[in-house]
Design a protein around this ligand. Structure first.
Ligand code: NAP
Length: 238
């Protein structure tokens, strides 16, 4: 059924002031969604959103530090006031610290710091916005994971980051099972190695390529998959 004008789906993207998240906002807004572009630094989120608005895209900036419970609560309140709902949630924010560290020599603090954003942050944001999706019987949740978190091919690369992304994939399975039959589709995606601050200049993929499968999952039809892991629009093993 076609949606009435002004009744477009509302998408919230975390860590969207730059990199893949920013491109996801652009592509979602280009498809007619109303986009809430969030970033832990409100000013840089606003600068990024203003650039997209100049291209006539419906993009609103909001501060959101996913590692800060008070910030999640504040964002939840602001979204409720200004939009009334979130239909599409893209959990994109992440940190990659101690990339070259050895597992047995890494301070546990580096794991805690990584998990605060990459895992607990995602859980907190889901707890804020997914219950409303279940009530309204519509939701799309995309957890931006990584090939580094794929258990079947895991090496010694970036232990804290890789283990956090494997945990994120487990969160995807749990959330998909918790929302099954309620109109909410939850999936993980590996965007590939992308030219961003995290991926570096030598990465082979553009942000457009990196955002493609994320946006595809964010706009799945109601008979789309849930509880799966994707790369280049194809299911991959965990
Ligand atoms: P990026 O350019 O480094 O961007 C990361 C974003 O996350 C930034 O906007 C950053 O904000 C934000 N962020 C970090 N901690 C946050 C927090 N506590 N609250 C809110 N936002 C926070 O990285 P990217 O390459 O675009 O990565 C996007 C996603 O793709 C990540 O989940 C990453 O793990 C995944 N990924 C990337 C690659 C790659 O090759 N690039 C490969 C596989 C997976 P600030 O600007 O404030 O730091």
């Amino acid at each position: 059924m076609a949606r009435a004008p002004g009744d477009a789906r509302v998408a919230l993207v975390t860590g969207a002031n730059r990199g893949i998240g920013l491109e996801v906002c652009r592509q979602l807004a280009d498809r007619g969604l109303r986009v809430i572009l969030t970033g832990r630094d409100g000013k840089s989120a606003e600068t990024a959103a203003a650039e997209l608005r100049e291209r006539k895209l419906d993009v609103t900036a909001m501060p959101l530090d996913v590692a800060d419970t008070a910030s999640i609560r504040a964002c939840e309140r602001e979204v409720a006031k200004r939009f009334g709902r979130v239909d599409v949630l893209v959990n994109n924010a992440a940190v990659l610290i101690a990339e070259g560290a050895a597992l047995l020599k890494s301070p546990v603090a580096e794991f805690r710091q990584t998990f605060e954003t990459n895992v607990f942050g995602v859980l907190g944001v889901c707890q804020a916005f997914v219950p409303g999706m279940m009530t309204r019987s519509y939701g799309r949740v995309v957890n931006v994971s990584s090939g580094a978190g794929q258990l079947s091919s895991m090496t010694t690369y970036a232990p804290a980051y890789s283990i956090s992304k494997a945990a994120l994939n487990a969160l995807t399975i749990q959330l998909a099972a918790s929302t099954k039959g309620r109109g909410v589709l939850v999936n993980s995606v590996n965007p590939g190695w992308v030219r961003t601050r995290m991926g570096g200049r030598g990465a082979p993929r553009s942000v457009e390529d990196g955002a493609d499968t994320i946006v595809w999952l964010a706009t799945l039809p109601s008979n789309g998959p849930t509880g799966k892991f994707f790369s280049d629009r194809r299911e991959i093993e965990w």
